[in-house]
Ligand binder design. Structure first.
Ligand SMILES: CC(C)(COP(=O)(O)OP(=O)(O)OC[C@H]1O[C@@H](n2cnc3c(N)ncnc32)[C@H](O)[C@@H]1OP(=O)(O)O)[C@@H](O)C(=O)NCCC(=O)NCCS
Length: 176
């Protein structure tokens, strides 16, 4: 699948499924994403090799049938990505539910945000899930206080279905 659209600043953006050659560009964006998320949750501190390990995880998601990685590209640069997983709820087939989709990661490069790229990445993800029989798409773990991301997902039509609670215990991870 390949889609093209014109971003709000006039740039032509290509939305397509990722190939192995995209992995370094996605890993770079992942670093930006983790560093940005750390302002809301200190657990997002990266290890020196974290992006290399994450690169191997993305390569795996590109290969596997029950996952997909979509990228946004402009001028041969990866400016956004979205990782999709197809599973069942719960993970064991003991309930009658249909397939369940989840998005574990999504990021748009800082200089490309609010131009429609996130919306178009989500549209591609939604089509992929729907074509595979998913009846729901979950996005978990949006930190309280991250109102920009929450606004984005609400604009995409997602609604709050559960409430997560947590308590911090012990020492927080140190930054690298
Ligand atoms: C969340 C994110 C992926 C959105 O991507 P984007 O390309 O900026 O989003 P779009 O331009 O397609 O925005 C679509 C709609 O979302 C809403 N939205 C996007 N960014 C917003 C912001 N900062 N504040 C409020 N609403 C916002 C708007 O309603 C927008 O619609 P509009 O253009 O008609 O105003 C991007 O901001 C990002 O990478 N954030 C940091 C990483 C992150 O939080 N990822 C999600 C973790 S799962």
């Amino acid at each position: 699948m390949t889609d093209r659209f014109q971003a709000k600043d006039g740039r032509e953006i290509v939305i397509r499924e990722a190939c192995p050659g995209d992995v370094p560009g996605i890993a770079e964006l992942w670093k930006q994403l983790m560093d940005w998320l750390r302002q809301y949750d200190s657990r997002y501190g990266r290890t020196p090799d974290g992006h290399k390990i994450f690169a191997a995880i993305i390569a795996d998601c590109i290969e596997k049938e029950n996952s997909a990685v979509f990228v946004a590209e402009t001028d041969e640069r990866i400016v956004g990505y979205c990782i999709c997983h197809l599973g069942s709820f719960p993970p064991w087939t003991v309930l009658a539910g249909k397939k369940n989709g989840s998005i574990s990661d999504m990021a748009v490069a800082k200089d490309c945000r609010q131009k429609g790229i996130g919306h178009n990445l989500f549209r591609a993800a939604k089509e992929w899930f729907t074509a595979r029989g998913a009846c729901r798409i979950d996005v978990d773990g949006i930190s309280t206080g991250n109102s920009a991301t929450a606004s984005f997902w609400r604009k995409m039509g997602l609604r709050q279905v559960s409430e997560g609670l947590a308590i911090e215990v012990g020492d927080l991870p140190s930054e690298h």
